[in-house]
Design a protein around this ligand. Structure first.
Ligand SMILES: Nc1ncnc2c1ncn2[C@@H]1O[C@H](COP(=O)(O)OP(=O)(O)OP(=O)(O)O)[C@@H](O)[C@H]1O
Ligand SMILES: [Mg+2]
Length: 426
């Protein structure tokens, strides 16, 4: 896979390659595209956004290439109109039940023994950890270093400058199913787009909603989308595990539609207007006007009963997310807590319900840290992924601008760690 900056057509205002980046989030309910200008080292100014509804993706896998390609095209065209220039390539997020993460180790001797470890040694040992055999139907997406050992001494964050004979690394390797990745590439191709890079979406989302301090201390990010929920666990600055819960907020809507016998669009509207994740907090006498299928006039339904339907599914989403987290880390060890994001986290009471499901672990609902320019258009909880992807695109862009030898060790590690030690961006 190529590693390039998003590039733009030569007409219009955007013919200065490397100064703008484009990203795309292909969700199970919508496609979002965004273009941002690079300002200085770390800042992004959003200059265009585009959103199109999309039903072509389920549990992170493309189930309808044509529909997805059309949605991509619509979102991209909308951006192109705003910047009066053609977008040729994007950074794309990937998720799905076909993605898996495993730990891998790498080991290299330092020669002559005892000399100082150089950035090149770190790169070599990370590359060695990548050489784990991957099945023929899978593709390696990322190798994120978690920790190093020098001469058998564990817990080293930055081995450069240390003296040693032997350097080891534990990396987190992310792989995906080749044909699923190919399907994404096909969708992009049909929309006449090149893919600069494919990024594990939860890594990008986490970058938008958590701070480097959260990720260093250990936290979990739960992105509650439409038809699935992405979960990532972060420790010592990097991802340590991830998983996908195959249900999301759209299931709440379909439960409501089924149980109160109302069309899905009506159920969605009612959910957004009257929904609450903890039914007992709703007034006993409050009602919801429900228009049932085949009826013209709405009938009053007790809001508490309405919210009990919601609560049951919301609780299931959170309990399954907890199970995913606990495969790698007991939740009590998440000292920076659990961060809820994604459109599903907009449901009032979701934080209180999560507090119940996760015991005494700190819970917060967070959207992306706002960006300049049109950043307010993509500042909602459902925009965490696209903002995180823009940050990833920014890093790729600065990597391209600076020659590798000028970037130094920290810069190289940031490409892999995802800004583990970088300042927060405002
Ligand atoms: N105010 C709200 N209250 C409750 N739910 C909401 C609200 N706003 C949006 N949602 C729900 O959020 C879901 C969409 O979230 P989001 O946009 O994050 O999903 P997506 O990125 O398209 O999907 P995925 O991440 O699963 O691929 C929908 O099911 C929608 O009903
Ligand atoms: Mg999403």
């Amino acid at each position: 896979m190529s590693w390039m900056v998003a590039t733009f057509g030569s007409s219009g205002r955007n013919d200065a390659p490397g100064r703008q980046v484009a990203a795309m989030d292909i969700g199970s309910t919508k496609v979002v595209a965004a273009v941002a200008e690079l300002e200085g080292q770390n800042r992004l100014r959003v200059v265009a956004t585009g959103t199109a509804p999309c039903n072509g993706v389920r549990k992170g896998s493309v189930v309808d290439i044509e529909e997805t390609a059309q949605a991509i095209l619509a979102a991209i065209r909308s951006c192109e109109q705003m910047i009066d220039s053609k977008i040729l390539s994007v950074v794309m997020g990937i998720t799905g039940d076909h993605i898996s993460g495993t730990r891998s180790t790498g080991l290299i001797p330092i020669t002559p023994p005892g000399r100082q470890i150089q950035p090149g040694d770190v790169e070599r040992v990370i590359n060695h950890s990548r050489t784990m055999p991957v099945e023929s139907d899978r593709q390696l997406l990322h190798a994120v270093p978690i920790s190093f050992k020098v001469n058998g001494q564990a817990g080293v964050h930055d081995p450069v400058g240390m003296n040693g004979e032997r350097l080891e690394v534990v990396s987190f390797l992310v792989t995906g199913n080749k044909s699923q990745i190919l399907n994404l590439e096909r969708c992009a191709e049909r929309a006449q787009l090149r893919i600069d890079d494919i990024v594990l979406q939860i890594i990008a989302t986490a970058e938008a909603v958590s701070t480097p301090t959260d990720r260093q201390a250990s936290c979990a990010v739960i992105d509650i989308g439409g038809y699935s929920t992405d979960v990532g666990v972060f420790r010592e600055g990097g991802i340590v595990s991830m998983g996908l819960v195959p249900i999301g907020a759209a299931f709440i809507t379909s439960d409501l539609a089924y149980l109160i016998k109302t069309p899905a669009e009506e159920a969605e509207e009612l959910k957004k207007r009257y929904g609450c994740a903890i039914a007992s907090t709703v007034g006993e006498k409050e009602t919801v006007p429900v228009k049932r299928i085949g009826e013209d006039k709405p009938r009053a339904m007790l809001r508490r009963v309405f919210c009990e339907i919601i609560e049951a599914r919301a609780q299931e989403i959170l309990e399954l997310s907890r199970k995913v987290i606990e495969k790698s880390v007991p939740v009590e060890e998440l000292s920076a807590g659990v961060i809820l994001t994604g459109g599903g986290a907009k449901l009032p009471g979701m934080d209180a319900l999560a507090a119940r499901v996760f015991g005494g672990v700190p819970i917060r609902v967070a959207g992306p840290m706002p960006l300049a320019g049109l950043g307010d258009v993509i500042s909602d909880l459902e925009h965490s992924s696209i903002v995180g992807l823009l940050h990833h695109a920014r890093r790729l862009a600065s990597k391209r601008v600076q020659k590798p030898e000028q970037r130094g060790f920290l810069g190289k590690l940031k490409d892999l760690f995802g800004d583990a030690g970088e300042e927060e961006i405002s």
